[in-house]
Design a protein around this ligand. Structure first.
Ligand SMILES: [Zn+2]
Ligand SMILES: [Zn+2]
Length: 226
């Protein structure tokens, strides 16, 4: 189901209703959410630019700083999101038109052919193709999995100076101990690594290995796409 040209903010969590709202969905003609009836402004709506800042902040002061760039004017870390544009020449009747597909995010891996393969193996409705249901799905996941108040004390409600200090320590801790970035490997490579690790000889691992193996070291094993 596609949005009607007002995808802006789709899926953003409601700050008032929290989990009770499934995510912002603009009412056709009123400026409210179809899910919870709160106003658009009650929802944590972020533009792509703001999202990249959020992920940039996540990777700041970690071993993943190659994934971010600091803006010259304000020094704010921005996620260097891998936007992948594929072009396919389509033979039309007279001239050749170019058919392009833009993935709003692709894995930040060296081998972009592999990254493309990975994207194409995702279910259609989860491929973050610009303007599609999949792009909205990605935004929604990002809003859910990385709420601003999980890493920014100023986004929390009235913390005491001591609580701010504790939170900063907590953020530091999960950045060093839990933060990970997914990798994409071919089935053969995944199998080899699995064998090295466990030395298990039985089973038909080869058949079940997936191309897109997401390595995620977060304690709750959520597969995150940053
Ligand atoms: Zn609400
Ligand atoms: Zn809502």
């Amino acid at each position: 189901q596609m949005g009607l040209g007002h995808e802006q903010g789709f899926g953003a969590p409601c700050l008032k209703c929290k989990d009770k709202c499934e995510g912002f969905e603009l009412h056709f003609w009123r400026k409210i959410c179809r899910n919870c009836k709160c106003g658009q402004e009650e929802h944590d709506i972020l533009t792509s630019n703001e999202e990249d800042r959020k992920v940039g902040k996540l990777f700041e002061d970690t071993k993943y700083t190659t994934l971010i760039a600091k803006l010259k004017n304000d020094g704010i870390p921005m996620y260097k999101r891998n936007v992948m544009i594929l072009t396919n020449p389509v033979p039309a009747k007279k001239n050749i038109s170019i058919n392009t597909v833009t993935y709003e995010w692709a894995p930040p891996v060296q081998n972009q052919t592999l990254a493309r393969q990975y994207m194409q193996m995702l279910p259609k409705e989860k491929q973050p193709v610009a303007g599609s249901e999949g792009a909205q799905y990605r935004k929604k996941q990002l809003a859910k999995q990385l709420p601003a108040h999980d890493q920014d004390p100023s986004k929390c409600h009235e913390l005491s100076p001591n609580e701010v200090k504790q939170m900063e320590q907590f953020v530091k801790k999960y950045k060093t101990e839990a933060l990970g970035v997914g990798d994409v490997k071919l089935p053969g490579e995944v199998e080899m690594r699995a064998t090295e690790k466990s030395n298990v000889k039985n089973g038909d691992r080869g058949a079940s290995a997936a191309v897109g193996a997401m390595e995620d070291k977060s304690p709750d094993q959520k597969a995150s796409q940053y």
